[in-house]
Design a protein around this ligand. Structure first.
Ligand code: ASP
Ligand code: MG
Length: 438
């Protein structure tokens, strides 16, 4: 069985819900995970904020606005009075439930109950629509099987057992719909998997049922081999290793968060990114397979600061790197690239909040130089060290661009260059021209 997840914009309007319904109704048995309609979770956060501030009128006003919006969706979504009435009754009950929070204390516990409503609304609406269309659909309540433990980590054993029970109780359904994002915690309270957590839900469900594939549907094309905003002739990447995807995630690639795909990665289940606007396109599959000898993609990250510390005392001394790293640790600043020589070390950071403090401390140990407005250019692919020629190819592409640092060998999947921000586009284009030329 496959697991398909649709994000907020994919179910963001009644028309989009109809499109999703059509897409999933292909005769194949599947589990479908839905987010809240886009904007709803943010509105629920706003409502909670009013409740926290004890501004009941403010909260009620926003709840009423939201209720009106949903009531309009009902008119557009359903064709029959039967389903219009059924859904309106359901919505009335849910919005009354939200209003009722004005009567009591409002804490984190209540807020989580409020935040859970977005996915409860969207999944009920789509399920009712599918029923109206005569589809054999069952809504599985995520609060019955999705659970976190005392460390707020998902509890795979609980999830597997209870999800299985739910599915076995409805063996003949063609489509199982369920809520992304929401869960219960170790104390049985309503909780969630953090904002954007629906991908995590899909990945956890996929791992629990050992799905054939997990599909994450959004409204963008999967991954491209370079950034189409800066580079001509980019192409979709068909396949990525989980590690390659994780490297690219740091560069803001519109790709899954690495923690969200972990359950799928460990269970060996491929995750495929698909585009609801172009459903026939193959998308990008992320799996545990390495395509040998292939460079997959290039990505860049701006606003990087490079710091070099040079010290002749470092020559043949030990403990120098520890002292340097401790300073970054003390100021909770993570180092992204690093490159060492016998007398110095260069590092890059993207968070400059504590830069001055860090520099002051570093100066105790050597001469410090800083370069601002730098950019990391990362080449991702099969860069296992005993392959020959690939790092040469990448450096060859960069031959006309001043390179401040190179990092290679930290993983089997990347080589990174630190260049001036102003050279970014040139570097990206040069890499595309060299690495992906046909
Ligand atoms: N609805 C939740 C959010 O907006 C979860 C999700 O969409 O993944 O964060
Ligand atoms: Mg980092």
């Amino acid at each position: 069985m496959k697991v398909l997840k649709f994000g907020g914009t994919s179910v963001g309007t009644p028309q989009r819900m109809k499109d999703v319904a059509k897409l999933i109704n292909d005769g194949e048995k599947k589990i479908v995970v839905l987010s809240a309609m886009s904007g709803t979770t943010n509105t629920l956060v706003e409502i909670s904020d009013y409740f926290y501030k004890k501004n009941v009128d403010g909260a009620n006003e926003i709840i009423n606005q939201l209720a009106n919006k949903y009531r309009k969706h009902v008119e557009e979504l359903y064709a029959t009075d039967e389903f219009k009435t059924l859904t309106k009754d359901f919505l009335r009950e849910k919005f009354e439930y939200l209003h009722a929070f004005s009567k009591d204390m409002f804490t984190l516990y209540e807020e989580r109950m409020v935040l859970a409503q977005g996915e409860i609304l969207s999944t009920n609406m789509v399920t009712n629509y599918l029923k109206e269309q005569g589809v054999n659909v069952v809504l599985l309540d995520a609060l019955e099987f999705m659970r976190t433990d005392k460390n707020s980590e998902p509890d795979p054993v609980y999830i597997r057992k209870h999800l299985k029970e739910q599915i076995e109780a409805n063996p003949n359904a063609d489509i199982y719909i369920t809520q992304g994002f929401i869960c219960r915690n170790a104390y049985g309270e309503i909780d969630n998997l953090q904002r954007g957590g629906s991908d995590y839900t899909a990945s956890l469900i996929g791992a629990a049922i050992l799905a054939d594939e997990i599909q994450i549907w959004t409204d963008i094309d999967g991954m491209h081999n370079n950034d189409p905003r800066f580079v001509d002739h980019t192409e979709p990447v068909r396949q990525l290793h989980f590690e390659e995807a994780a490297e690219l995630a740091y560069f803001g690639a519109k790709i899954l968060h690495p923690t969200c795909v972990q359950p799928a990665k460990y269970a060996g289940i491929p995750v495929r990114l698909k585009n609801t606007m172009d459903p026939q396109a193959p998308g990008t599959t992320i799996s545990n397979e390495t395509e040998h000898g292939k460079i997959k993609a290039v990505a860049a990250k701006d606003n990087i600061t490079a710091i070099k510390i040079k010290s002749s005392r470092m020559l043949l001394a030990h403990g120098f790197l520890r002292k340097v790293f401790e300073i970054f640790e003390q100021y909770q600043t993570s180092i992204d690239m690093i490159s060492t020589s016998e007398v110095g070390v260069s590092m890059s950071i993207d968070n400059t909040k504590h830069l001055n403090d860090i520099l002051n401390e570093l100066k105790k140990y050597g001469t410090v130089t800083v370069d601002n407005d730098m950019c990391i250019i990362c080449v991702v692919g099969d860069l296992t060290w005993d392959n020959v020629g690939f790092e040469t190819l990448a450096t060859e592409a960069m031959k006309n661009i001043p390179v401040r640092m190179i990092s290679y060998g930290g993983s089997n999947y990347n080589i990174s260059f630190l260049v001036k921000g102003e050279d970014k586009t040139r570097a990206l284009q040069a890499l595309t021209d060299t690495l992906f030329k046909k």
